[in-house]
Design a protein around this ligand. Structure first.
Ligand code: AMP
Ligand code: TRP
Length: 326
């Protein structure tokens, strides 16, 4: 069975966008591939983090993935910082990566731009990511479009290493979802609904209070012609609500337009809110059931043990090839 591996940063609260675009996609793969899912907490500290919040989010994120339906029997869950081989391998890979290559990473350029200071870790971030992937010989790496360049760097590093030291690493491939639903911000429907936006009114978090969810939908930005029609260009707000409705109910946009053709915006929004609540209420119930249970620690302990064994074996091969140690 081929192996997939992905990391999901604990840097914010998950949104309905993460459900539709991120977790939903991984769920599709769990029967087809051996699946490794980890929390890249070491990547999160490349930018400033509140230690207490970071600590809480690691656990919370795992609980949410489970609550969203990822099967603990079909996926291996673990935490990056609980496996020292990631950073050890990362160092060796850093010594096999060129400054020029690393300097071309667009995410680094964006994140460091206009900052008074930024960390060295922000620069070496993609090389740690290569180590995350290569340590486990992952065949496929499901990521969003913004991470594609990083997976390509991991490929380049793997190929170079294999040429220099003989075949050592599987060369991974990014697995990028075909352009699916893109959920936009409720207050500014020209931009993506992102867990890191400043204005929480535009974002539906998976753990939002249900009444708050309703209020956010009722106050979503629309237009004044009171027709529920999908037209991204002229009616971005209504189009986004239709997209959300369609994603939550699996109804096509066309069918949704037909259903709502005689609705005013107020009544339409009520239905959109209900559709979201129908999806997130069971997620929240499940989340509350497991967040304080032993399940999460049991899974993470199991994941830690299993992945440390795999990683150790790979690391020992690499170490010897490079000539390190005894
Ligand atoms: P993020 O939560 O931004 O780290 O993204 C995690 C995954 O969820 C990525 O694969 C994104 O493509 C997807 N995702 C995040 N936000 C949205 C959104 N608003 N609409 C659709 N997919 C999203
Ligand atoms: N950099 C990724 C992101 O921000 C997270 C990540 C870290 C990752 N290591 C990885 C994703 C390895 C896939 C494989 O989304």
């Amino acid at each position: 069975m081929k192996r997939i591996l992905t990391g999901l940063q604990p840097s914010g609260e998950l949104t309905i966008g993460s459900l539709i675009g991120g977790i939903g996609n991984i769920k599709k793969y769990e029967d087809k591939y051996e699946s490794f899912i980890f929390v890249p907490d070491l990547h999160s500290i490349t930018v400033d983090q509140d230690p207490k919040l970071l600590h809480e989010r690691i656990r919370k994120n795992i609980a949410l993935y489970l609550a969203c339906g990822l099967d603990p029997k079909k996926n291996t869950f673990y935490i990056q910082s609980e496996n020292l081989y990631h950073t050890n391998l990362s160092w060796i890979l850093e010594c096999n990566t060129y400054m020029g290559e690393a300097s071309r990473m667009t995410q680094y350029k964006e994140k460091s731009e206009n900052k008074k200071h930024h960390s060295v870790g922000l620069f070496t971030y993609p090389i740690l990511m290569a180590a995350d992937i290569l340590l486990y010989d992952a065949d496929f790496v499901p990521v969003g479009h913004d991470q594609k360049q990083h997976v390509e760097l991991a490929r380049d590093i793997a190929i170079r290493f294999n040429n220099k030291y003989d075949d050592t690493f599987t060369v991974p491939e990014p697995l990028i979802p075909e352009v699916g639903a893109r959920i936009k911000d409720l207050q500014d429907p020209t931009k993506k609904m992102s867990k890191s936006s400043e204005n929480p009114k535009g974002i539906i978090f998976l753990l939002d209070d249900l009444e708050v969810t309703r209020k956010k939908i009722m106050s979503a930005v629309t237009d004044s012609d009171n027709k529920v029609i999908y037209d991204e260009e002229n009616k971005p707000g209504i189009s986004n609500l239709l997209m959300i409705y369609s994603s939550m109910t699996n109804m096509s946009i066309k069918e949704a337009e037909e259903k709502f053709k005689d609705y005013n915006y107020g009544n339409f929004k009520k239905e959109v809110a209900e559709a979201i609540i129908n999806v997130i209420k069971p997620i929240q119930d499940k989340y509350n059931e497991i967040i304080n249970s032993n399940l999460i620690d049991e899974l993470l302990d199991e994941g830690k043990k299993k992945t440390n064994e795999i990683a150790k074996e790979k690391y020992e091969i690499v170490r010897k090839k490079v000539g390190l140690g005894r």
